[in-house]
Design a protein around this ligand. Structure first.
Ligand code: SF4
Length: 428
């Protein structure tokens, strides 16, 4: 219900019902249930724990009426821009470009965090709320304390920027550290997922990689996974009702014994009750590697296909050219990359709710065999166009937008017989 708030010239809608599906639309779609506070200048959104999750300015002093700032559970602000480029959807599979406050490998978009109106919101949203609250008449006696008067905006004020930062730190403590990169497939749920660590580290420690850590690859125990889930349930609290997806961390969850993956998916479903979410369906996302994919029995994919929900597994192939793999410092053989790509096609054909996607590196200074050998896989070896099994190109350099890289990507996309997109690194 939308209620005008006395003497504040603003209105507050509690528990507003957003979309029950993640939709790819050219206008902003807000999903799940949330509260909306609208003033003549701003719109603020809060989750079911009354923590700020989105904000935008109204009027001419804002780049585009469809653009928003979103706050993630890792307490990052992300600016969603329309991109000012009509090919955004073709390049990324999404209508909006996420822009981050930290270095990443994007080749589209600008730097909205340099704009004063954007900085004003990320820096001052809380004092704006305090000012609004100061101008509001008390509504009624608090039901909890008969002496104190309750203001309608009181519910948001305990969630200060410091409290939100602390909550993000608690999240990282529970899962054993910040997640340096999420799979590109997480775009299907706008990167809104519950992270659950089932393994740490990765197998290869590639020289080129900017998101790796020094932890040797290790698998967590069932007890550690259950303990994390119980703590995550408490941390997400009421807003858990707005989540229908999990990410199994961190860099190569496919590398654990396949029964542990199934256990993590089933235990998450029991403890987090994702199938009861305000958003329909459920999804599991994780990463895999060439070796973990080649050694995983078909049993895993069969079982995942049998369980409710969809599974997206993203495999870092990087290149099918030995000279490029050596140049990148990725200690695998090109023949294994070709075998993994072949296996990906088989799994995508056979199991309807499992989609394996792959990543390749893009850069102007790679050995000459890199692109021809990728085209052998994504064009020559495919009889016809396929709707499933996306291929992502990940720019190697962390720098600013580049027209020449975009041109190179568009050429690959036109030639590819698989859905082909850019992969911009996003953390949690
Ligand atoms: S690319 Fe993947 S396997 Fe290689 S170091 Fe990075 S996280 Fe590890």
């Amino acid at each position: 219900m939308n209620s005008p708030v006395p003497s504040c010239n603003c209105s507050l809608t509690l528990n507003k019902k957003g979309s029950r599906k993640f939709l790819k639309m050219s206008f902003p779609v807000h999903y799940g249930n949330y509260s909306e506070l609208e003033t003549h200048e701003f719109i603020f959104h809060f989750n079911l724990n009354n923590e700020i999750i989105r904000v935008k300015k109204k009027g001419d002093n804002w780049s585009h009426p469809h653009e928003w700032l979103k706050r993630t559970i890792g307490n990052d602000w992300v600016y969603y821009s329309t991109g000012g480029y009509s090919g955004v959807f073709d390049a990324t599979g999404e209508y909006y470009l996420p822009n981050f406050t930290y270095p990443t490998n994007n080749i589209l978009g600008g730097n909205p965090f340099l704009l004063p109106q954007v900085l004003d919101l990320t820096d001052n949203w809380y004092s704006m709320l305090q000012e609004l609250q100061g101008s509001v008449s008390p509504l009624s006696k608090s039901p909890y304390d008969s002496k104190s008067l309750q203001h309608p905006l009181d519910i948001f004020l305990p969630h200060t920027p410091q409290a939100l930062e602390k909550k993000a730190e608690n999240l990282f403590e529970i899962i054993g550290g910040r997640i340096s990169v999420l799979p590109p497939d997480a775009r299907h749920v706008d990167y809104n997922l519950v992270p659950l660590t089932i393994s740490r580290g990765c197998l290869y420690k590639c020289r080129f990689c900017k998101v790796k850590n020094s932890t040797p690859f290790t698998e967590l125990s069932r007890a550690e996974i259950t303990d994390q889930l119980n703590q995550l349930k408490l941390l997400f609290d009421k807003d858990l009702a707005n989540y229908n997806s999990i990410f199994l961390g961190e860099h190569d969850a496919l590398g654990v014994t396949y029964k542990l993956i199934l256990h993590a998916v089933e235990e998450s479903s029991d403890i987090l009750q994702l199938h009861r979410s305000n958003i329909l369906g459920s999804n599991t996302f994780f990463f895999g590697s060439v070796d973990s994919l080649l050694s995983t029995p078909a049993e895993l994919f069969r079982e995942l296909d049998r369980l409710p929900g969809n599974t997206f597994i993203n495999i870092g192939l990087e290149s099918a050219d030995q000279a490029t793999l050596d140049h990148l410092g990725k200690p695998i053989q090109e023949s294994n990359v070709r075998d993994a790509f072949q296996r990906i096609q088989e799994i995508n054909r056979e199991f309807g709710t499992v989609e394996i996607t792959s990543n390749f590196i893009m850069d102007e200074n790679l050995p000459s065999g890199h692109y021809p050998k990728i085209l052998e896989l994504i064009r020559d070896s495919q009889q016809h166009k396929k709707p499933k099994g996306a291929v992502y190109f990940s720019p190697l350099a962390f720098d600013r937008p580049s027209r020449s890289k975009l041109f190179a990507f568009n050429r690959l996309k036109i030639l590819s017989r698989l859905p082909t997109y850019l992969y911009t690194i996003q953390r949690l």
